[in-house]
Design a protein around this ligand. Sequence first.
Ligand SMILES: Cc1cc2nc3c(=O)[nH]c(=O)nc-3n(C[C@H](O)[C@H](O)[C@H](O)COP(=O)(O)OP(=O)(O)OC[C@H]3O[C@@H](n4cnc5c(N)ncnc54)[C@H](O)[C@@H]3O)c2cc1C
Length: 499
Amino acid sequence: MNRYDVLIIGSGLGSLLCGYILSKEGFSVCILEKHSVPGGCLQSFRRGENSFETGIHYIGSMSPGQTLHSYWKYFGLSQNLALEQLNRDCYDLISLDGMEYPLAQGFDNFVEVLESFFPSSGGFLEQYISALKETVSAFPLYNFQLTDKHIKTTWMGTNAWDFLSKIAGQRRENRQLLEVLSGNNFLYAGRKESTPWHQVALINHSFISSAWRLRQGSDQITNHLISYITSAGGNVMTRKQVSKISSLKNKFQVETAGGEMFVAGRVIAGIHPQSAVSILDPSLVKRSFQSRIMRMENTISSFGLYLGLKPGSFPYMDHNLYYHKTRDAWAGREFKKEQWPGMYFIYTPSGARQGDHSSAVCILSYMSFDEVRRWEGTSAGKRGPDYKSFKSEYAEKLLQMVERKFPSIRSSINSMEVSTPLTWRDYTGTPDGSMYGIRKESSNYLKTLILPHTKIPGFYFTGQNLNMHGAPGVTIGAIMTCAEILGLEYLFNKIRDAI
Ligand SMILES: Cc1cc2nc3c(=O)[nH]c(=O)nc-3n(C[C@H](O)[C@H](O)[C@H](O)COP(=O)(O)OP(=O)(O)OC[C@H]3O[C@@H](n4cnc5c(N)ncnc54)[C@H](O)[C@@H]3O)c2cc1C
């Protein structure tokens, strides 16, 4: 028997941060990861000379004194990560039906740069920035603050599209500006009918504060956190798929698919809650809780191209580009097969920079799991010729759309890797390869809310399904999970003392 104080299932960002905090606090910790490579969405993969990030392409608020920088200082990340700041006057370029608009870093700069494109917006931009700031201040931990003020849950029931539409008013110019401000909604798989405003505000506030690429790949985060956990006596084990969690004399017994047994007083599930409840012994979990979780809907998946490029043939871009086929920034995810893709996100990885050129480019678009469902029972490398043709057909469709903006891209290609929703399902273990896990609904936010604690004493959730996805959301989620064990005030003070 392998006995620990805490067993953590999955080795994504949330799990690793929990492992770090609890190891630092003297708990014996073991992280069990099903895949051969740890990190979940933090994984990077190498093809030839190039390294590609999979699920963290840029991060926000990493200037000293800003929120993520403050938290990550406690984890030793801020001091050790190799970062590159994106273009201050354009970290995201939004392209709508061929018209391009830059989103700039710094709140005043953001307004100034966009105002030059929308000179008669009548204060809409200022109102937008005030709304971002006001919303973020209602979530004290996102402001690196600990107060006893309750989070204003009214924001959670506010629909982003309705909220922004109201402040935009009916001016024609503002309706277009509204689409520009929504242009990077791939970051939260935006849906007009359901995306909560606070999600949009917290994400955009973070990137407008400052936006950064990871110069040596996102797996530098994994490596740093694992090295600390193991140096503190903890274990991070790969190829350990947890298949059952049951109780054993007031403790948890955790079994892997390979038949190994682990015992701990506490278990943290850093995996999708639907995967977690399906491996919990029925005696531990109430039917009603299980069916509530299983009924929750997930965000859409993605299709990706990872291209190795000929030297000197493609420019290095110090910004990301969100390209939308039409002027409607929210339509991109709705496109049916015949019109797919409706949008794409493209960026050149920082590590691929060769002077003014890039040796690699990554392109992502939305894709529903339904497109690949016929292969759901197959495993990577054994999906057959039909699947290969499917990948080629969709890679071609995406490339044709990218060529509209980058006509010479095809002749620059040296190598091509393709990811589909099946790749995501298999590499991160999320149901249907969902990008950001459980879809939060503005119309009934509490119904889609996952709390860190459960009714099973000693069993907790962490990771992107908790409150928010993305680096800041998952970081704050990990703090909330560990606060269930250590106390929030105690933990927050420790974090504050470290900065
Ligand atoms: C395409 C894409 C792009 C993104 N871009 C950005 C970005 O630019 N910036 C940003 O901040 N965020 C981005 N995100 C979001 C961010 O990557 C995630 O929110 C975050 O990394 C999720 O962390 P997590 O802790 O929930 O774990 P995950 O990364 O979901 O990892 C879960 C881990 O659990 C393992 N696991 C699952 N089941 C089991 C089991 N039964 N036993 C053992 N192990 C198991 C999986 O193999 C996996 O390693 C992006 C996400 C996607 C999908």
